[in-house]
Design a protein. Structure first.
Length: 443
């Protein structure tokens, strides 16, 4: 197996996730800057995920027919354009339009990357290969939030300081597109038609999920993935809101205390108080996301080092769901930022071993010409969770910051129980795919 395609894919994904990591922790700041509430942030995330849900299986199938490389390039140029308009947004309407466009154009990224990895790795090394995605996420989240927080202190071209991280992410995505265009090779050469054209359409995500659920070889894995993703959606959608709301008074007291050290006889001006508080919230949020990213990175390095082969992917899924269930409870009841750091780090360990192991178990059952389709179905299931969960979680976090994480711990506990039924990796026969699946004609 040549290592160079995986190295090049890793670099491409890392730069992509760096831009993503710069923006995600700051979404609540963008929302509140334009007068929005937590539930607005939930709807914003849901609109992005809805587009991912509708388009992930379409792009996944397109990668089976036209190759992985064109779809990865589409995702990168989509990131560049959407981040640009996100940074230039002057109100919530433009902000929503930019995120919707980003959801459509970047829906090809992860399913195509998963299929790319499956193309160039043998089955016994597939979990380690899938960990490349997690490692790219880890690096992106280790450095992206910190870079975004630092850039948010400066203004470009007279624009709001909030525009700077998004514009930098746009420029980064454009550079990434150029690098991938010239350096990233195609991995998929067997392009026998995976399905009939009549099955394409905006609801292909639901058909892909239904077909996967009907497959004896895939049903257990996709159900575990569904519960785990619904559970983890609370972290993705309202973790930053938890920090801003739960620790508002503590951060405010810290800001006022620092002001009085330098200005003992002066009251802090309201506008100065607000801007300094936002800076403190940004620092607290990006710091935790950075810690999480570093933890995920080290976990993914362990996965690429053969952790799945040593313990078995099915056992790692069990361990990952159990760790996350307890850590979600820890986040729910964390009374200080250091306690939140510890719970978040352990949660990242659980996520880091769960995601690549479960993806390996799922994609092992697919033929080479089906991997993009199956990966697209997996992403559609994840997007479906992120459509439903954020508006609910963000509404709950505004009332009580513990509730969304307690309910997510329960869902992750269900994932743990379901994961106990999973079996080790083994090649599934062609008959395991249901006759009515989108890939039946490829058999």
């Amino acid at each position: 197996m040549k290592r160079s395609p995986l190295i090049l894919l890793f670099v491409t994904l890392f730069i992509d996730m760096l831009g993503f990591g710069m923006i995600l922790p700051l979404l609540p700041i963008y929302i509140t800057h334009y007068g929005g509430k937590p539930w607005i942030g939930g709807v914003l995330m849901a609109s992005f995920s809805l587009m991912q849900f509708l388009f992930s299986p379409i792009w996944g199938r397109a990668s089976d027919k036209y190759g992985r490389r064109p779809l990865i390039l589409l995702s990168l140029i989509g990131s560049a354009l959407s981040y640009f308009f996100f940074g230039m947004a002057g109100n919530l309407t433009v902000l929503f339009a930019a995120r919707v466009a980003c959801g459509i154009l970047t829906a090809a990224s992860i399913p195509t990357a998963q299929a790319y990895i499956a193309d160039v790795t043998p089955p016994e090394k597939r979990a380690g290969g899938m960990a490349i995605i997690g490692a790219a996420f880890g690096l992106g989240f280790a450095f992206g939030p910190l870079i975004g927080g630092a850039l948010g202190q400066y203004s470009l071209f007279g624009l709001s300081k909030l525009a700077t991280p998004a514009l930098f992410a746009s420029a980064l995505a454009m550079v990434n597109f150029v690098l991938a265009y010239f350096l990233l090779p195609e991995s998929h050469l067997d392009r026998s038609a995976p399905s009939t054209e009549s099955r394409r359409g905006p609801m292909e995500g639901m058909r892909s999920i239904q077909a996967t659920l009907r497959s004896p070889a895939l049903r257990k894995q996709i159900v575990v993935y569904a519960f785990a993703t619904f559970a983890f959606a609370a972290v993705e959608s309202c973790f930053s809101w938890l920090i801003i709301i739960r620790f508002h008074d503590a951060l405010l007291a810290e800001v006022v205390r620092a002001w009085h050290v330098g200005h003992p006889l002066l009251a802090m001006p309201p506008d100065k108080l607000q801007s300094t508080l936002e800076a403190a919230q940004t620092a607290a949020t990006t710091r935790i996301f950075g810690i999480v990213g570093i933890t995920v990175l080290f976990t993914q390095l362990a996965m690429m080092g053969g952790l799945g082969k040593k313990f078995g992917e099915n056992r790692l899924v069990v361990a990952g769901t159990l760790i996350q269930a307890f850590c979600l409870l820890g986040i729910a009841f964390a009374g200080s930022l250091p306690q939140l750091w510890v719970a978040s780090c352990l949660l990242s360990v659980g996520s880091g071993i769960l995601t690549p192991s479960l993806s390996a178990l799922l994609l092992q059952s697919a033929k080479p010409q089906e991997r993009g389709t199956i990966s697209g179905a997996q992403q559609s299931m994840g997007s479906l969770a992120r459509i439903v969960a954020p508006p609910i979680n963000n509404s709950l976090v505004a009332m009580n910051t513990a509730v969304p994480f307690i309910s997510s711990a329960v869902l992750m506990g269900v994932s743990f129980l379901l994961a106990l039924r999973l079996r080790p990796l083994e090649t599934a026969p062609a008959s395991d795919m249901p006759a009515g699946s989108p890939d039946a004609s490829a058999k």
